[in-house]
Design a protein around this ligand. Structure first.
Ligand SMILES: [Zn+2]
Ligand SMILES: [Zn+2]
Ligand SMILES: [Zn+2]
Length: 102
């Protein structure tokens, strides 16, 4: 599946923590794209969003693998190895409608 990422065994089937970026929902902010953490299910916003909560989650938790979650993109990014790889069918399903602001 991937060359060069040594964290594939941390990828779990997770339940998304929120229908949108967890922190942005709390502060009433908006996001562009969403990432879901494949260690714990935290949903955060991407680096093109104002608050970059997915990256903040990596720095706070050390969880290495974030999936391109919404819109569904089918890949994951390892923050430690700085590598992107395809997930194939191993993606996280949305559990309900997610707002989009673009
Ligand atoms: Zn890795
Ligand atoms: Zn956010
Ligand atoms: Zn996490």
């Amino acid at each position: 599946m991937s060359q060069g990422c040594s964290h594939l065994d941390t990828i779990r089937a997770v339940h998304p923590s929120a229908r949108g970026c967890e922190e942005c929902l709390k502060i009433g902010s908006r996001w562009l794209h969403l990432r879901v953490c494949r260690s714990c299910g935290h949903v955060g916003c991407c680096d093109e969003s104002p608050h970059r909560h997915a990256t903040a989650h990596y720095h706070a938790s050390g969880h290495p693998i974030m999936e391109g979650y919404d819109p569904p993109e089918g890949w994951a990014w390892c923050y430690v190895d700085e590598i992107m790889f395809e997930l194939g069918h191993n993606t996280t399903p949305r559990d309900g409608p997610i707002p989009r602001y673009y």
